[in-house]
Design a protein around this ligand. Structure first.
Ligand code: AMP
Length: 362
């Protein structure tokens, strides 16, 4: 069977999701509402997604036999987590429509690959240099100046594996602290703000774009996402054009979050891509006609896309670690919509839930 047979999967079909966290949970809830069944593949037993899903396979992402059995049991495969081994994505794609494709995962798994792809399609990115070892670092720092940011090229998230390089710093020590094997040095952007655009694309090539959200971070973890973002019309159009271009050029089927910096002189530079629902799109659950999770389901099942327009101004705030204990006060505000992930242990830095505060559309 050609794995791309069956472009449209009707309600009742089984969606296989790799990854068992909150993004899988909220995708599964959206899928259930549309009459789909969800089968989660995750190394974690009874995680946030498994708690609300039809079936659950507990196995490692490199357990090829388990992946094969999983693929046989579903009608389409998608992801809530992109850092899975390339061999895993290829096995899945051989057996069932896999959306987004292994190529999209491959590009977004590694910062150098991602930046080179973006450059190749004419999308502006931060200045960068490849750094393969401590010996490369002095020349890269000379080229980009200080401050600059050293990032491990793969498997980094929420600011992990990053070191800010300052003038006169011990570069050997900075390299050791970053802890990666291959790294990227990026010029420091003294940005005006950080925004993200979420784009959905279905197998027919239809595209739906969410308006930019303005993102603020606390201890390198997303704290709030606000819509409207308060950027100029020109910046919003530039950001949306970039997301649309990437979705087309990468041949996206599914959802892609594009994180961007807006510079003080109004330029929009892409920081990174995530080919799945994204924390900065959670506002859409309560503030948009169609949530990013429903859009994800529609795109990977080959349905028409829903209207992504904002109907209410929304501020999304994450609940990190023991912040989750504020749930009674949050529920006391009738204009707050609370989302909790079913995690039992509130470890520091762990995303436990979020809340959306709605106000009338401006
Ligand atoms: P990342 O893991 O690449 O998303 O980086 C995490 C956060 O670090 C970003 O959201 C920014 O706040 C900051 N950051 C990353 N790269 C740069 C850069 N080149 N210039 C300034 N700030 C950055």
């Amino acid at each position: 069977m050609n794995a791309e047979d069956g472009q449209i999967l009707p309600p009742g079909s089984v969606i296989g999701i790799l990854g068992g966290g909150q993004l899988g949970r909220m995708s599964a809830l959206a899928a259930g509402r549309l009459g789909y069944k969800v089968h989660i593949f995750s190394p974690e037993k009874d995680g946030p997604a498994a708690q609300v899903s039809w079936r659950n396979t507990v196995a490692a992402y490199d357990d090829l036999a388990a992946l094969e059995a999983f693929a046989q049991s579903v009608d389409v495969v998608t992801f809530e987590f992109e850092n899975i081994p390339a061999a895993a994505a290829e096995i899945l794609a051989r057996l069932k429509p896999t959306r987004p494709s292994p190529r999209v995962l491959h590009i977004s798994q590694e910062r150098l690959r991602e930046k080179r792809f973006l450059e190749s399609i004419g999308v502006p990115v931060t200045a960068f240099r490849e750094v393969t070892g401590a010996a490369d670092l002095p020349a890269a720092v000379d080229a980009l100046g200080t401050p600059s940011i050293l990032k491990s090229a793969s498997f980094g998230y929420d600011g992990k594996g990053q070191v800010r390089i300052e003038a006169g710093m011990d570069l050997q020590e900075a390299w050791a602290r970053m802890g990666g094997t291959i790294a990227i040095l990026e010029g420091f952007i003294d940005f005006d703000c950080e925004i993200s655009v979420i784009v959905a694309r279905n197998p027919a090539g239809e595209i739906a774009l969410y308006e930019p959200a303005r993102n603020s971070h606390k201890h390198h973890i997303l704290d709030t996402s606000t819509v409207p973002a308060g950027v100029s019309v020109k910046v919003a159009h530039a950001a949306e054009a970039i997301a649309r271009r990437i979705a087309g050029e990468i041949d996206l089927i599914g959802l892609l979050a594009v994180e961007m910096f807006v510079t003080k002189d109004g330029r929009v530079l892409v920081n990174e891509l995530a080919p799945r629902p994204h924390n900065s799109g959670h506002w859409s659950q309560d503030g948009a006609v169609t949530s990013q999770f429903e859009q994800h389901v529609r795109a990977v099942c080959g349905l028409g896309l829903g209207n992504p327009a904002r109907h209410s101004d929304t501020v999304m705030t994450n609940l990190i670690g023991d912040e989750v204990e504020s749930w009674p006060q949050l529920l006391a505000d009738p204009d707050v919509k609370l989302h909790l992930y079913g995690k039992t242990e509130a470890r520091p830095g762990r995303k436990m839930g979020h809340w959306n505060k709605l106000t009338p559309k401006s």
